[in-house]
Ligand binder design. Structure first.
Ligand code: GTP
Ligand code: MG
Length: 210
């Protein structure tokens, strides 16, 4: 059995309308060899926690992404506010064929930038890029520019660009953290080897929450 020493945990929250493919996206990142069944749609109830291990190759660091997968159902809006605090990044997902899912996620991005400033990295994802595209690239580019977002166009069923999107986000968080001078006080980042004795290499229970 090989033991994995985690160097950092990056907390990330995934947002977006119902049925934009948030859960499928995370499952694709976690289990790339298992193909999703398009017929199955199990709406997320409230929020789920998923973890994915990644490497920051340049410095040989092992990073665990602690991902809050939120429901897009407005019925849960009042409880989801907690999951926007103390996170290193937001992944904002819209569905290529649903213009309202884009408008809604842009409203949320605007809210995050107004409330939390430029701190959390924002990864905007156009998911379901196999379906008709109802949002122009000009509109998307304007949001990327205005709110300082990373952007990828993905297909969560085939896995197209899914790993690349999260890998770029993870590198971007790491580099922003390094250049921040905040050391271990960077919101949404836990430095494991520095903060915690290595009791278990995997930790758990939502990795210390916040
Ligand atoms: N065509 C297509 N379908 C997709 C894609 N990604 C996900 N789906 C399908 O979209 C449906 C909804 O996917 P979910 O991942 O459960 O959506 P969600 O955003 O987590 O939804 P909530 O949990 O209700 O907020 C499922 O039937 C998926 O198979 C994609 O890239 N292309
Ligand atoms: Mg879901």
């Amino acid at each position: 059995m090989s033991i994995v020493n985690i160097d950092y945990i990056f907390k990330i929250t995934v947002i977006g309308n119902v049925c934009t493919g948030k859960t499928t996206l995370i499952e694709q990142l976690k289990y790339p060899s298992i193909k999703s069944d398009n017929e199955i749609y199990l709406s997320t109830i409230g929020v789920e926690y998923q973890t994915v291990m990644m490497k920051y190759e340049k410095e040989q660091k092992t990073i665990k992404l602690g991902i809050w997968d939120t429901s897009g159902d407005e019925i849960f809006a009042s409880i989801l506010g907690t999951y926007y605090n103390n996170i290193s990044a937001i992944v904002a997902v819209f569905s290529s064929d649903k213009a309202d899912s884009f408008e809604n996620v842009v409203e949320k991005i605007k809210y995050f930038r107004e409330k939390y400033g430029n701190h959390p990295r924002i990864l905007l994802i156009r998911n379901k890029n196999d379906l008709v595209n109802k949002i122009s690239q000009e509109e998307i580019n304007e949001v990327i520019r205005r709110y300082n977002c990373l952007y990828f166009s993905c297909n969560s069923l085939t896995g197209e660009n899914v790993f690349q999107a999260f890998d770029t986000l993870k590198n971007n968080i790491y580099q922003t953290f390094l250049s921040s001078g905040l050391d271990d006080k960077f919101p949404g980042i836990t430095m494991i080897n520095k903060d915690v004795d290595s009791i278990s290499p995997y930790y758990s229970c939502w990795d210390f929450l916040w």
